[in-house]
Write a new protein. Structure first.
Length: 461
């Protein structure tokens, strides 16, 4: 893993992105020679520019569809679905570009050839990548200290195929009475940690012990390993790197105070504000026809206002009024009691179901962004009723209010729509990661992933 602006990026996926960028570039280069309009091979800077633009465009859309994450490795269906959607949309836009600006975009047989060869290359490269990733030779060899419930979470991560780039060698009991990991994965406790490092070629140690006081943590042995170049991580840092969450059961107030991150500043606020105004302005400009059509459809289908307004909790707990397109009937909460949204909620209208699936109902929130009440990227704003309920049951829930709420966010793109206290607890772990590590780079990453959420219809209620 490589940490870039506080956000972890898989070195394997970064290598894959660079490799495919070169393949896209060379493919476009090759197609220009074979099928370009001029008989002269590669007319210098213009052809190189077209190839570079083609490669950049496909790489950007591959990122949008999370082809440089690990979701596509779950099966061939996921891989083919993402690749097909990516090349269908990117190809359509490239074709439109070739009609509107032929000096910059290749068209005709040249474009078709580039897309077909690139698509087949992507599938082949990724099938080979999956096989290459199975080789333990290129993985970190990890020793986990502890066999309790915390260690079990690491084992669960490994069995689900989410411990990418890692080879969990085993678990050291450290005097624990109960074991929550498979017995065949437990190592003999008699050995010194340094000896185990030498014996198994350990490159990383993860501390998953709940009680560290009173000699529970072998500090001197860990220090010796650290000085020998072995990486030593606590459980929050491990999950932060591998999954993009901060596990609630493994963090406390002192850890949050002294850890790197959770910082705000005037420079960051100014950059984020300018970013919000720029992105929201572009979004409003390009989606204005869709918003006008949506408003007309809502008016024709059912009586009631076009816009739905509701009080939500913003930064530092300050209330504000949120604007959305109305997707439910006007009597959705007859008794005035707030309720969680349900799957295939029968309170939604036909137009409402469609605009929710396409996330069009969220577009009027650009008004809140312009007013400075929301950011484009941030935790989802909740109603005060639910905030009070969740804060009473979930530790550190109010920490998510240290930044402005967002139209989209890290939790929104990584986790399905929350409709219970348990879901809210899971989403908070993603929100805490964002609060700790938020940056302009992470905001851009989230915007790219938001596109695939809309296209693939993930987390719709």
């Amino acid at each position: 893993m490589i940490r870039f602006f506080r956000h972890y990026i898989s070195s394997s996926m970064l290598f894959l992105m660079l490799l495919e960028f070169m393949v896209f570039f060379l493919t476009s280069h090759f197609s220009a020679e074979r099928h370009g309009p001029s008989p002269i091979p590669l007319q210098g800077a213009e052809d190189l520019y077209k190839a570079l633009l083609f490669a950049s465009f496909l790489t950007l859309f591959s990122s949008m569809f999370d082809l440089y994450g690990w979701a596509w490795t779950t099966g061939l269906k996921s891989l083919f679905l993402r690749v097909f959607a990516c090349f269908l949309i990117a190809g359509s836009l490239l074709f439109a570009g070739s009609l509107l600006l032929p000096v910059a975009f290749a068209g005709g047989l040249e474009l078709l050839s580039s897309l077909v060869i690139s698509c087949l290359s992507v599938v082949l490269i990724r099938l080979l990548f999956v096989e290459w990733d199975k080789l333990d030779l290129f993985k970190k060899r990890v020793l986990v200290l502890g066999t309790g419930s915390r260690a079990a979470k690491i084992e669960e991560l490994a069995t689900q195929g989410k411990a990418q780039g890692l080879n969990i060698i085993g678990y050291l009991p450290m005097g624990a009475v109960h074991s929550y990991v498979p017995h065949d994965r437990v190592l003999a406790e008699s050995a010194n940690i340094s000896d185990l490092v030498d014996q198994h070629g350990i490159t990383e140690i993860v501390v998953a012990i709940r009680e560290r006081r009173g000699g529970g943590l072998p500090v001197s042995e860990l220090l010796e390993c650290k000085l020998r170049g072995v990486s030593v991580l606590d459980l929050p840092a491990f999950f932060e790197r591998q999954t993009g969450i901060l596990p609630l059961e493994a963090i406390n107030a002192s850890w949050m105070i002294f850890s790197d991150g959770f910082s705000q500043g005037m420079a960051r606020d100014v950059v984020k504000r300018l970013f919000d105004l720029f992105v929201s302005g572009l979004l409003l400009l390009f989606t204005l026809p869709i918003m006008l059509l949506t408003g007309l459809s809502i008016r024709l289908e059912s009586s009631g206002p076009i816009f739905y307004t509701q009080e939500r909790v913003g930064q530092y707990g300050n209330p504000f009024t949120i604007y959305k397109f109305r997707s439910m009937y006007t009597d959705a909460e007859k008794d005035g009691q707030p309720v969680w949204a349900a799957h295939n909620d029968d309170r939604t209208t036909r137009v409402g179901r469609l605009i929710r699936r396409l996330r069009i109902d969220e577009l009027p929130q650009t008004i809140n962004v312009f007013l400075g009440q929301m950011s484009f990227v941030g935790p989802r704003p909740e109603r005060s009723y639910f905030v009070d309920e969740l804060a009473a049951q979930i530790p550190y829930f109010h920490a998510r209010h240290s930044v402005k709420p967002g139209i989209t966010g890290w939790a929104q793109v990584c986790f399905p729509y929350g409709a219970s206290v348990e879901d809210a607890m899971s989403k908070l772990q993603y929100d805490l990661y964002y609060v700790k590590n938020h940056s302009l780079f992470l905001d851009l990453m989230i915007l790219l992933q938001t596109a695939q959420v809309v296209v693939l219809g993930k987390g719709v209620r």
